[in-house]
Ligand binder design. Structure first.
Ligand code: GLN
Length: 541
């Protein structure tokens, strides 16, 4: 049996990112930015998110809770921060990159039931903390990465993040200079006093110290630049050197943060503190070019995104970022109009879509807002407005076409109407016997092969692709011939199951529905071809 490596045999360095004062300071973006800079220096880096909630994964969470659920190649339903990691690093993450308290407890309780603890009392320390430790160190196994960056969800001081902070305390002790803690805090600006205030940061660091963890680097989120006086004050009160006080100033694009962190030398401080060999200066040319294009668009295109969670933009994070990538490549700024699917219908469609050059109908589950989506598809189909249907968006397009072109007025998806006489969208065969909700959909990457000559073939430029999925329902092949005769064709299919993966309408400027989620694969370095072409064609309308 292969022996597990001991800590001293692992060269990987472990960086922990915690948050203080308030949530939403952008730990995910800081983690991804640091990772980007280290990667640009030639290091192998991965990022992990530890979420303190008790759900096993965010798959069963309503998007209003934590935003979209991001799906990895290997089919993990994860926190949306993993999307940022992939978009910044251009390397895939996996199951191991997102761990929740639910997963930790599940593993420990399973071991206890198996008798693995040999009669011991099972406790938070050491059993839960050991399990957390194991999940962190796992990514360092075989020295596959030079750096593992672990972001701890929540805010220091929360009851639920305590076991994670305690684990960091233990690991810092065990790993010595091969680990460090970056604490992200807020330096609020009080307009009345015209002053930046350091007290919340002092208190937040004090809380960390009470738990036995001394942050090595403070990244200070601020709306005004930090002057030397403020930096020295923070350094003095928080036991760090002034070069470890890093300013993270508000900016209009998350993609500028790596460059801001480079200016602040966050990566250099990390290398110095972890005594990592400096390989080379970060090569950020491509990234800089991307920012340049992002900042100087030549045209503007108005895209409408129709969904039922539009009150919270995080619900559609990956789609929104994919449009930014695609716009940038097309030298064009995408102005996105989020349209609530419950607030549209035939009567106000023209007004709601006025000035819009392309429409995306979003993924989703359940009946709420479905009629608005279908009505919008009728409109864009008839008015030759580019249409991009993603997952549920594609399924709605099939229902719309069946009702209005194939003259099957009762057609529906069995998800919304189990008794429909025309189930053009039906539950997948292998899903029929599934009753549990968590992690049971068709998830992750599946191959997809060209079936008919198509626009998507021109777009992809290849005949075999792989895309990520998250669904239970599919196009009912029983109706396929009928659809195809009238011009709505399944142009790409899964080679094994014959499931339709891409559908396209003939004689329309751009009408494509995809059963998968292309938005999960768009990154700054490789924007997704379908989004690029959708934006390109929409910008010409
Ligand atoms: N609710 C649909 C299904 O399960 C679509 C899912 C989605 O849009 N991700 O098939």
């Amino acid at each position: 049996m292969q022996q597990a490596m001991t800590n001293s045999e692992i060269n990987t360095r472990f960086i922990f990112v915690t948050g203080g004062v308030t949530s939403s300071l952008g730990k995910g973006i800081i983690s991804a930015s640091l990772a980007k800079l280290l990667q640009a220096r030639g290091y192998r880096v991965t990022i992990q998110k530890l979420d303190p909630y008790i759900n096993i994964d965010p798959g069963t969470l309503n998007p209003y809770e934590h935003g979209e659920c991001y799906v990895t190649e290997d089919g993990a339903e994860t926190d949306l921060d993993l999307g940022h990691y992939e978009r910044f690093l251009n390397t895939p993450t996996s199951q191991a990159n997102n761990v929740t308290t639910g997963k930790i407890y599940q593993a420990v309780i399973e071991k206890e039931r198996r008798g693995d603890y040999l009669g011991e009392t099972v406790q938070v320390i050491p059993h839960i903390t050991d399990e957390i430790k194991h999940r962190i160190l796992l990514l360092g196994e075989n020295n596959h990465y030079d750096f593992v960056i672990t972001e701890i969800g929540g805010t220091v001081g929360d009851i639920e993040s305590l076991p994670y902070i305690e684990t960091i305390r233990q690991l810092k002790w065990e790993l010595g200079t091969r680990s460090l803690v970056i604490h992200l805090t807020l330096i609020p600006y009080l307009a009345a006093a015209k002053e930046l205030k350091t007290k919340p940061t002092q208190h937040s660091v004090k809380t960390m110290l009470e738990y036995g963890v001394h942050p090595d680097i403070l990244v200070c989120r601020t709306e005004k630049p930090l002057n030397d006086g403020i930096r020295s004050k923070i350094a003095l009160f928080c036991n760090v050197d002034a070069s470890s006080v890093i300013e993270s100033i508000d900016t209009n694009s998350i993609y500028k943060v790596p460059l801001l962190m480079k200016e602040e030398q966050l990566d250099r401080v990390v290398l110095k503190k972890t005594r990592a060999p400096a390989l080379r200066a970060p090569r950020m040319k491509r990234w800089e070019q991307f920012i340049k294009k992002l900042e100087s668009p030549k045209t503007v295109v108005n895209i409408g995104l129709i969904g039922k969670y539009v009150e919270l933009v995080d619900s559609y994070k990956s789609i929104i970022e994919s449009l930014i990538h695609a716009g940038t490549i097309n030298n064009c700024r995408v102005d996105l109009r989020l349209i609530h699917s419950e607030h549209i219908g035939q009567e106000n469609m023209e007004e709601k879509l006025r000035g819009i050059s392309g429409v995306i109908v979003a993924p989703g589950f359940g009946d709420r807002g479905i009629d608005g989506k279908i009505a919008a598809i009728t409109y864009v189909r008839k008015h030759n407005i580019p249409f991009f249907g993603i997952c549920l968006g594609m399924q709605c397009a099939m229902v719309e076409f069946a009702r209005n072109v194939l003259s099957l007025p009762d057609a529906h998806s069995t998800e919304m109407h189990p008794e429909t006489p025309h189930p053009v969208i039906d539950i997948m065969e292998e899903q029929k016997k599934v009753h549990k909700k968590g992690g049971t959909m068709r998830l992750g990457a599946y191959p997809c092969a060209l079936k008919n000559p198509s626009r998507a073939f021109t777009i992809y430029g290849q005949t075999n692709i792989s895309e990520r999925h998250r669904h239970r329902y599919e196009l009912n092949n029983h109706y396929l011939e009928l659809f195809e005769k009238s011009g709505l064709k399944a142009t790409w299919i899964n080679p094994e199951s014959q499931l339709a993966e891409i559908v396209e309408l003939e004689d329309h400027p751009w009408f494509i529905g995809v059963q998968f989620h292309p938005e999960y694969k768009s990154t700054v370095d490789t924007p997704h071809p379908l989004f690029i072409d959708f934006v390109r064609v929409s910008s010409m309308i």
